[in-house]
Write a protein that binds this ligand. Structure first.
Ligand SMILES: Nc1ncnc2c1ncn2[C@@H]1O[C@H](COP(=O)(O)OP(=O)(O)OP(=O)(O)O)[C@@H](O)[C@H]1O
Length: 615
């Protein structure tokens, strides 16, 4: 539509560019005094007229501007015109729009550097919109919109219109930066939801979720979406002929199509599946752990989830199996658990037993945290036997009274951490292997409710290396070598958790099976050596004397394999303990009792099971 410009004098120039349309709005009267031309009604009328002209002359420019505006708001318009050339141009424009959208909104950058860059870029963008918007308005205004009706000038005015939202945002950001940040995040989330909903029919059809009616028309399910920062959740109902599994199976393809870093699928109720798409990735930057001041024995905070939320690792009532290839970051998981429990160790609320078959390179770093630690097969078996005794005593104590042990400072939660389980279960002598398997199966089957839990770390998830894989009630797959290994750890859930594809440059990253059966990508915080040592210094395990100074001396560790004649086990046959002299708590005068007790170097702070039950 074109309109005449009532304030433009008629002449050859204007006549050539306009045609009369009867529905054209009337132009405001133009008072001819300098005072009135600067009055507000005049300015408003003039702006309105510029807008009307824009609708007339600048249709193309307006469309382009609106397109850019929509792209800037994170909303990609899909152009579907007929013809290959138009499709090509449409695709190129959409790609450029996506790039522009990413640039404008800082999507894809994450971590600390991303944070800084997002902050800087946001300011640059605000300044840009402010200057560009003001510049366009000035250019349009100073060229005298409405006076001549020139298409170029009108196009400039239309472009200026496109800057109105940016301009308003800039002013908003300057006046109320905090509120603006929330508004910015909200609009971004709404943009993401809108984008997902718009693309859904195409994606669903491509991922095999469309069904045909009797007339041959394709239909896709109507979805509902919700969003929290970085995560869009789709609630997808099943269509006739589909099952929940149909949607679960399509999850990976859908996530890939939306460019999600990861996804989670969960059946909500019969015929409805929730699919969470993680559009940002909080796991790219490694985080250094911090020791908590307060410990919850039910679960420790060990790292971060994809959406940036803290990830809590269950401890009480769970046996944990962590499997990961060499260099996948099992050390972070190991210390995430032990270090996370550290503040409860001196109080005697938790007692950590260590078995480190890598000659102590891992557990040795924080040895004071452990109640007892074994670096040889024989010591490891002795620790297992000791824990079986705890189970037997507790079983008698708790019978008919309680079904889940509640740790107290005299009656702690026992946590056995085993680094390189395969060395004990697969690569040791036959007799050791058999005994270790027997004892460990007792702990794994009976220990959970009785307050004795196991966390085992292993490179090889195969049956011969892990033994009773199914007895572990919490499994974590760090980076693995093949899809088969991922399946061994995560069973059928491996379909939604490709642990073999985890980035080798992101050690500590792994898939965790949640309480509800879904699988989440998490990253353990990193524990540097210095932090481990400092934690061990701050929270040493109490000695026997600290726990029960008046009780008789602890019984020396018996050899649990004593009944097995002719065994040639590693020596010594008792678990290797840190020397009581090394433990700063033993140097206190009150420790006279400890010194008087016949504590051999290896059993110094290891009470017998009877003592523990008594205390
Ligand atoms: N959470 C983490 N964030 C960043 N870097 C990490 C993290 N965890 C581990 N790393 C780095 O990855 C390297 C390998 O980690 P780690 O020794 O824990 O692997 P592993 O699985 O125990 O390997 P192996 O089984 O061979 O001992 C370490 O040197 C460490 O620098």
């Amino acid at each position: 539509m074109t309109v005449t410009d009532p304030v433009t004098p008629s002449g050859p120039e204007s006549a050539g560019t306009t045609s009369v349309v009867s529905a054209a709005p009337a132009a405001p009267a133009v008072p001819n005094t300098s005072a009135s031309t600067s009055s507000w009604p005049w300015l408003a009328a003039r702006s309105l007229w510029a807008f009307v002209q824009a609708a007339g002359y600048g249709t193309t420019a307006a469309a382009l501007t609106l397109y850019l505006w929509a792209v800037r708001a994170g909303r990609i318009l899909i152009l579907r015109p007929a013809g290959p050339l138009a499709r090509f141009v449409g695709r190129r424009l959409a790609a450029a729009g996506r790039a522009l959208g990413r640039w404008c909104w800082g999507r894809g950058r994450s971590g600390k550097r991303g944070k800084v860059s997002r902050k800087v870029w946001r300011r640059i963008r605000v300044a840009f919109w402010l200057l560009a918007g003001a510049g366009f308005w000035w250019a349009a205004w100073s060229l005298g919109i409405g006076d001549t009706g020139s298409q170029i000038r009108t196009a400039l005015a239309v472009a200026a219109l496109g800057f109105v939202p940016g301009l308003l945002r800039a002013v908003f950001a300057l006046l109320a930066p905090r509120l603006y940040a929330r508004f910015d995040a909200w609009t971004f989330r709404q943009g993401q939801r809108w984008w997902v909903r718009e693309r859904w029919p195409v994606v669903a059809a491509a991922c095999g979720l469309a069904v045909r009616d009797k007339d041959g028309n394709e239909h896709t399910a109507k979805i509902k979406t919700s969003a929290v920062p970085g995560v869009v959740t789709l609630r997808v109902p099943t269509l006739t002929g589909q099952t929940t599994r149909t949607i679960l199976d399509a999850g990976e393809a859908i996530a890939t199509d939306f460019g999600a870093h990861s996804f989670e699928v969960r059946p909500v109720k019969p015929g409805l599946v929730a699919l969470r798409l993680f559009l940002t990735n909080a796991l790219t930057t490694p985080r250094t752990a911090g020791v908590p001041s307060v410990v919850d024995l039910d679960a420790v905070t060990a790292g971060v989830r994809l959406d940036g939320a803290a990830f809590r690792l269950r401890v009480r009532g769970r046996h944990t199996l962590v499997v990961g290839a060499s260099g996948s970051g099992k050390g972070s998981a190991f210390w995430g658990l032990v270090g996370g429990l550290a503040p409860a160790i001196p109080e005697g609320l938790v007692r950590v037993w260590g078995v480190d078959m890598k000659k102590g390179v891992e557990a040795g770093m924080g040895e004071p945290l452990f109640h007892a630690v074994a670096y040889t097969h024989a010591d490891a078996v002795a620790i297992l036997a000791e824990l079986v005794k705890v189970i037997e005593h507790r079983g008698v104590e708790m019978r008919g009274k309680s079904r889940l042990h509640v740790p107290t400072s005299g009656d702690p939660l026992h946590v056995l951490v085993i680094d390189e389980l395969a060395d004990l279960m697969a690569y040791s002598d036959f007799e050791v292997r058999r005994e270790a398997e027997r004892l460990l199966s007792v702990i794994l089957t009976q220990g959970r409710a009785l307050g004795v839990v196991v966390a085992a770390f292993v490179q090889n998830p195969r049956q011969e290396a892990v033994g009773m894989r199914n007895l572990y009630t919490q499994k974590i797959a760090l980076r693995l070598d093949s899809a088969t290994e991922a399946e061994m750890v995560l069973d059928s859930r491996a379909r939604t958790a490709p642990a073999e594809l985890i980035d080798p440059d992101a050690p500590g990253t792994g898939y965790l099976v949640n309480e509800d059966g879904t699988v989440s990508l998490v990253r353990f915080d990193y524990w540097p050596d210095e932090l481990i040592k400092a934690t061990a210094r701050a929270y040493p395990s109490p000695t026997t004397a600290d726990l029960a100074p008046a009780t008789p001396a602890p019984k020396p560790w018996g050899n649990p394999l004593a009944g097995l004649d002719g065994l040639d086990l590693d020596t010594p046959t008792t678990p290797r303990k840190r020397s009581p002299r090394k433990n700063p708590r033993n140097r206190r005068p009150a420790d006279a009792t400890t010194q008087a007790a016949p504590v051999d170097g290896s059993t110094g702070n290891t009470p017998s099971t009877e003592q523990e039950t008594n205390s």
